[in-house]
Ligand binder design. Structure first.
Ligand SMILES: NC(=O)c1ccc[n+]([C@@H]2O[C@H](COP(=O)([O-])OP(=O)(O)OC[C@H]3O[C@@H](n4cnc5c(N)ncnc54)[C@H](OP(=O)(O)O)[C@@H]3O)[C@@H](O)[C@H]2O)c1
Length: 217
């Protein structure tokens, strides 16, 4: 099998495992957690998020709170309809941006994104095939990827064991379950025997939060 990049997943969650409130607030991190996030961005070749995160947060995904360069950005956008007005699309010419999509994306949208300066990678028909996408990255010069969420994207990577390390900042706040966004959004196994597992590597305080480090088990 062709090698995939090294993958680090990272997220900031509430005590009850939510990454955004029902109103869409996701700025959970402590200042120390934010600084760590930017150091992680600087130390990976690419940062990856799902389309839902672009719609909710309109992030720039650049390195601002740490020394180092901004690498590539990868957006999972199965329908290829990422808005031209989103920050990532508007800044495609200054920061390399890869839009991973499927053959469901229209030729018109693919051209629109390419004209804006994005590299459009088709990896799958109805759904993005993560293994197919990940195989394409090393030849594009990407050997390490930081997966930043959101919930659906996290589940796709975690449930398939497509990660090497998972860093979770648990913040001292609670969101409740109705309408908030879970750390892992997807249909889990019926029985624990079939559940994806992780191995604890370490814990430490991160300002008012706790940082948990796991490896894939
Ligand atoms: N606190 C944090 O650390 C943190 C970090 C990032 C984001 N967030 C929050 O998370 C929320 C967004 O999460 P979300 O779950 O709604 O969205 P998301 O994971 O950001 O994006 C979901 C999108 O990605 C696509 N996708 C992901 N994996 C795919 C795969 N393997 N194949 C095909 N498509 C794939 C989904 O396609 P389909 O529609 O086809 O399923 C969907 O379009 C926002 O509220 C954001 O603020 C929090």
């Amino acid at each position: 099998m062709a090698p995939r990049p090294r993958i680090t997943m990272c997220a900031a969650s509430t005590i009850d495992g939510r990454i955004a409130t029902r109103g869409g607030d996701s700025a959970l991190s402590s200042p120390e957690g934010l600084a760590l996030l930017h150091r992680l961005r600087a130390s990976h070749d690419a940062v990856l998020v799902g389309r839902g995160t672009v719609d909710a947060d309109d992030p720039s995904l650049t390195v601002r709170l740490a020394r180092g360069r901004t690498g590539s950005r990868i957006i999972l956008d199965p329908s290829g309809t990422l808005p031209s007005g989103s920050r990532v699309v508007r800044t495609c010419r200054s920061t390399r941006t890869i839009v991973a999509t499927t053959s469901r994306a229209s030729g018109r949208d693919r051209r629109r994104l390419a004209d804006a300066g994005a590299e459009v990678v088709v990896a799958g028909r109805a759904r993005i095939s993560l293994p197919a996408l990940l195989r394409r990255l090393p030849p594009m010069g990407i050997s390490s990827v930081l997966v930043e969420g959101g919930g659906r994207t996290n589940w796709e990577f975690a449930s398939r064991g497509l990660y090497d390390e998972l860093l979770l900042e648990v913040c001292p706040v609670m969101a409740g379950s109705s309408g908030s966004v879970p750390l892992l959004r997807g249909e889990g196994p019926a029985r624990l025997a079939g559940a994806p597992r992780a191995r604890l590597l370490g814990t430490r305080r991160l300002g008012r939060s706790v940082l948990l480090r796991y490896a894939k088990d």
